[in-house]
Every structure is written in structure tokens, then in C-alpha cells.
Design a protein around this ligand. Structure first.
Ligand code: NAD
Length: 542
């Protein structure tokens, strides 16, 4: 399909003014096109070839795509006037973000467009499991009338455990409440108070698994959530539990799900997403009590319409000189600023990553103090954004970037404050971060000379390169403590590469930082915590 829509702005004298040009290269809902009518000349060409796009892209200020068109580096390099690439949907795999960022082109998407649609699909799967709808359908079509075979359960009064209370999880809540369900929530990154105020039981994962009749997953796939539901978790569940995954394949360990179903440990499962898609030779396909759909959680015309409207409005905002809300990539900074930002970003990233791995519970407050030269640096705000980005990215599905980090933090109730101090304690510059979370308070200080370096942890002086696997142990500085810890690690085949100790006075509280060659399993950390005089121990991987 190819057609032009020409719209001209007119000035006060009624004369035509130059209009911005937008190309819509994939089919999007007409409401999206209509949104742009008053601000741009719009070319809709949903058959445009890659070669033609490269040839013509220099004419355009904005491009809107879905998934057919690949906005490759080649396209971007030819795009001399392009200001924004808009993906009418969630994933941006078909856009070369790096190339766009290098060229200073914003990439936007519409992450909120599918939330209601996915929540509705989740409810559909819950109902299908509770009432065996797909089996019953098949049976009637086979000419049977087995009424007694399809005895179901009511949702009313049942407990729904929701893992992940983001955009989709919260939409599931309202729908499940309408069915009279009790809600339990596990999301360690959202303020418990806010959730409790909305009438949800906020619990730890174990309680959720133990007390829920139906469990539904709405977290992103991250290293932390990969196989979040495995053998141990199935063992905790009720005998008659159902589990639903409309999030991402890989969050449920499919082998362990198979075992749980095969042994009758749980009653059924519904999956819209799989570890390998499509699921070929997957033994889960053989269970009658497993309901499957081909990753269609987001597939409704309304979600597509909303995605088109959302990105068209983002394009409109950018063409009018405003700031869009769903920017996936970073703003461009001048080279002088970049020279300072680059090394200190690395430092900020490491310090943030350290803090997010050591803080207990969800982070509530982050205080950043820029010391020495950094106290004079005008674009400290960018470093603060880097810190927020690093803290939020591991826990959210939407990419958090330098543009949207403060908004995302604000929406999640995280308070961030920025301060300056001229004294950098003998260093040229220093970043100090104090973090308050539900269960702890942590402080870290670092500097950058040729590489990032941690110089204080919880006010104890150290001198540590933040890289590799580290064990941080808080203990009472009494004879034998360090030895016992070394022995325990040795027993588990964990080799200590380097060790540092920070203490204020002999016999008092002290901090030990060990670099180790192997990762430290959670049960070993628990054993370390039980050693005499050991106050706390935590492993981080930087
Ligand atoms: P979101 O970023 O709005 O919410 C994710 C929530 O998970 C956040 O509140 C976060 O705090 C929480 N979280 C992160 N790590 C956690 C952990 N370890 N334990 C518990 N909670 C944790 O994301 P969303 O838009 O609601 O999307 C949720 C999931 O749905 C994602 O995996 C997304 O990819 C998927 N999705 C699937 C489809 C589909 O077609 N089936 C469509 C859209 C989105």
C-alpha cells in the first residue's frame, strides 16, 4: 500500500510553511496516522523495500515502523534529517539502537500499549484452566457429551499470587478482584506500603507460592528471574495449584514444570511463552491439563491501535520540539562533557551495581554526593541518571535510559537526592552513594583514576577494583574469624584471589572484601553468615 497525505501548517498570513516529513513504513492503525495529520506530511508506504528506504530516508524527519521494516545501521547512516524512530509496539529488536544513539536519533516505543491486552489473556487462561474450557471444547467437537469430566473450580474466594506488579500485573489485579479473588503479590522492587494500601497482601515469594491457588507471572526475563520458578518453588506450591506464564519463556524451568505436572504436584499450567518458540518436541504439549497459546498475549487490534496512537503522539511531541516519554536510547552529549561523563559513568555503573546486589529489599532512597572536581561539573545530572538507570534496569522490562530514568524512578516512589562536597578526601574526584532500602542502609564511595575503584564501603576504607566475583563480609574483628571464613570457602572449593580488610579499631566491627575465582552459591553464603563473629555476608558479581 502506498499513499501520501499532505498537510501544511499555515502561518498567521495564511501562507504554507514547511512541514516535517514522516514515513510510516509498516501497517499501523489509521488512528495513529490521523494523529499526525495536523503536524506533518505523512508518507504511508508499507511495501517499501530496504534499498528504497535507504535511498529515500534522508527526506524524512521521523519514521514509524512495526516489525517488518528493519531500521538498520545502513538506513540510519543515510538518514540525515531523521529525529525519531518510532516502533509501534514494545520490542525494538528491528531497530539498531546503537547506530541511532550514535547519530543522536531518538528511538521510542509504546511499552504500555499491550498491558490490558496481556492482562485479559492472562484472565482468559486462568478461566480456561479453572473450567477446562479447551478440553471441553475439543470433547464436544468430537461428538461427546462428557459433562462429569469437566467439573471445574470457581475463581471466587480463591487466592491469586501475582509475581511482578508492573504494568501488566497491576491490570491483572483489578480483573481478578472483580472475580472475587484474594490477591497476594511478590515484587521486591515496589514499595510494600503502596501495594498494601491498594488492598493487596504483600508477601515474600515463598509465602506466595505456599498460599496461592493460582500463580501468575508478570516479571521481565532477567538473570535474576531466569528459572525463578524451578523444582524448589514447585515443591512449595499447593497440590491443586495452577501456574500461568504470559511473561517470557525461561522464567519457569520447563523441565521442572514437566516433573511437577507428571508427578501430580500441581494441577495444571497455562503458557503463552516458552523457553524455545515455537515449542517443538516439547513434552508439555502432551498434557491435557496444560493450556498453550502461541505468544499471542499482546495480539489484539486494540493493543495495535493504542501502540499506533502512542507512537504517533511521541512523534508529534518530538516534531514540535518536546520530550517524548518512552525514549529507548540516550541523548547525545558534546565531546567535552563526554570526556568527563564516560569514565565516571563506568564508576557510577559499578557502584550502583554493587549497591543493587547488596541492598536488602526494595530501594527507597538514593543520595548521591559528588566530591572534588565533580562538585564543579555542570552535567552531574547525567551521572545521576546513569545511577538510576543501573539501579532500575535489572528489575524492569522497559529499557530505562538516561532520558526516562528520573521519571521511572519517580513513578516507582524512589527518592533520589544529589549533593556536592568540595573535599574528595585526597582524591581528584569521588562519588559517594548512600542507599536506603526496606531492609538495610548501605554506603559506598568510589573514584576513577585509570579505572573505577571502590575506596569505602559503609565508611570502612578499602581499595578494591570493582570487577569479578566478590564477597563482602561484615564481622567482629576477633582472632580466628578470617581464618574460619577462608576454611569454609575452601571446603566448598572456592578459591580466594585477593582479600582486603577495613576496620576502624582492633576488636570492633570490620568489613572484609574478598575476590574469589568461583561463584558462591546462596547456601554457602548462609553457612558463612552462621560463622562465629560473622554479622553479614553477601556476594556480588561486577
Ligand atoms: P513492567 O516492567 O511494567 O513490570 C515488571 C515488574 O516485575 C516490575 O514491577 C518489577 O519490579 C518486577 N520484578 C522485577 N524483577 C522481579 C523479581 N525478581 N521478582 C518479582 N518481581 C520482579 O513489565 P510489564 O510490562 O508488566 O511486563 C511483564 C512481562 O510481560 C514481561 O516479561 C514482558 O516481556 C511480558 N510481556 C509479554 C507479552 C506477551 O505477548 N505474552 C506482551 C507484553 C509483555
Amino acid at each position: 500500500m502506498r499513499f501520501y497525505l499532505y498537510y501544511y501548517n499555515r502561518n498567521q498570513n495564511g501562507e504554507k510553511m514547511d512541514k516535517m516529513k514522516v514515513i510510516i513504513a509498516d501497517q499501523i492503525n489509521e488512528r495513529g496516522i490521523a494523529e499526525l495529520e495536523d503536524v506533518a506530511d505523512v508518507l504511508v508506504d508499507t511495501d517499501i523495500s530496504q534499498e528504497e528506504l535507504i535511498e529515500r530516508i534522508a527526506d524524512f524527519d521521523a519514521i514509524i515502523v512495526r516489525s517488518r521494516t528493519k531500521v538498520t545501521r545502513e538506513v540510519i547512516e543515510a538518514a540525515d534529517n531523521l529525529k525519531i524512530i518510532a516502533r509501534a509496539g514494545v520490542g525494538v529488536d528491528n531497530v539498531d539502537i546503537e547506530a541511532a544513539t550514535e547519530k543522536g536519533i531518538m528511538v521510542v516505543n509504546a511499552p504500555e500499549s499491550t498491558s490490558i491486552t496481556v492482562a485479559e489473556h492472562t484472565m482468559g487462561l486462568i478461566l480456561a484452566l479453572a473450567r477446562k474450557i479447551s478440553l471441553a471444547d475439543r470433547s464436544v467437537k468430537e461428538g461427546k457429551w462428557d459433562k462429569s469430566k469437566f467439573m471445574g473450580i470457581e475463581l471466587n474466594g480463591k487466592t491469586l499470587g501475582i509475581i511482578g506488579m508492573g504494568r501488566i500485573g497491576s491490570q491483572v489485579v483489578t480483573r481478578a478482584k472483580a472475580f472475587g479473588m484474594e490477591i497476594l503479590v511478590y515484587d521486591p522492587y515496589i514499595s510494600k506500603e503502596a501495594l498494601a494500601e491498594l488492598g493487596m497482601g504483600v508477601v515474600d515469594l515463598e509465602t506466595l507460592l505456599r498460599d496461592s491457588d493460582i500463580i501468575t507471572i508478570h516479571v521481565p526475563l532477567t538473570p535474576e528471574t531466569k528459572h525463578q520458578i524451578s523444582k524448589n518453588e514447585f515443591e512449595i506450591m499447593k497440590e491443586n495449584a495452577f501456574i500461568i506464564n504470559c511473561a517470557r519463556g525461561g522464567i519457569i524451568n520447563e523441565e521442572d514444570l514437566y516433573e511437577a505436572l507428571q508427578s501430580g504436584k500441581i494441577s495444571g499450567a497455562a503458557l503463552d511463552v516458552f523457553e524455545v518458540e515455537p515449542p517443538v518436541d516439547n513434552p508439555l504439549l502432551n498434557f491435557d491439563n496444560v493450556i498453550l497459546s502461541p505468544h499471542i498475549g499482546a495480539s489484539t487490534s486494540e493493543a495495535q491501535r493504542d501502540a499506533a496512537i502512542i507512537v504517533a503522539n511521541e512523534v508529534k511531541t518530538v516534531l514540535k520540539g518536546g520530550s517524548p516519554k518512552n525514549v529507548v536510547n540516550m541523548p547525545v552529549l558534546d565531546s567535552e562533557t563526554l570526556q568527563i561523563i564516560k569514565p565516571h559513568s563506568k564508576l557510577a555503573e559499578k557502584l550502583s551495581s554493587f549497591l543493587i546486589q547488596t541492598a536488602k529489599g526494595n530501594i527507597k532512597e538514593v543520595n548521591v554526593t559528588y566530591c572534588g572536581d565533580l562538585a564543579e561539573f555542570q552535567r552531574r545530572d547525567v551521572l545521576t541518571r546513569v545511577i538510576l538507570q543501573e539501579i532500575l534496569n535489572p528489575i524492569l522490562t522497559e529499557p530505562v535510559n538516561l532520558v526516562n530514568a528520573p521519571t521511572v524512578a519517580k513513578n516507582r516512589g524512589i527518592i533520589i537526592t544529589e549533593g556536592v562536597r568540595s573535599d574528595a578526601e585526597g582524591h581528584k574526584s569521588l562519588i559517594k552513594m548512600d542507599v536506603k532500602s526496606d531492609g538495610s542502609e548501605m554506603s559506598i564511595e568510589g573514584t576513577y583514576t585509570k579505572a573505577p575503584k571502590i575506596v569505602k564501603i559503609n565508611n570502612y576504607k578499602v581499595d578494591v577494583k570493582p570487577e569479578g566475583i566478590m564477597l563482602i563480609a561484615k564481622y567482629v574483628d576477633l582472632p580466628g574469624t578470617i581464618g574460619a571464613l577462608g576454611t569454609k570457602l575452601g571446603e566448598h572449593g572456592i578459591n580466594i584471589a585477593t582479600m582486603q580488610v577495613g576496620r576502624k579499631e582492633p576488636g570492633g566491627e570490620a568489613v572484609m572484601v574478598l575476590k574469589v575465582d568461583q561463584s558462591i552459591p546462596a547456601d554457602v553464603i548462609e553457612e558463612l553468615k552462621k560463622l562465629d563473629n560473622m554479622m553479614d555476608a553477601v556476594a556480588v558479581n561486577l
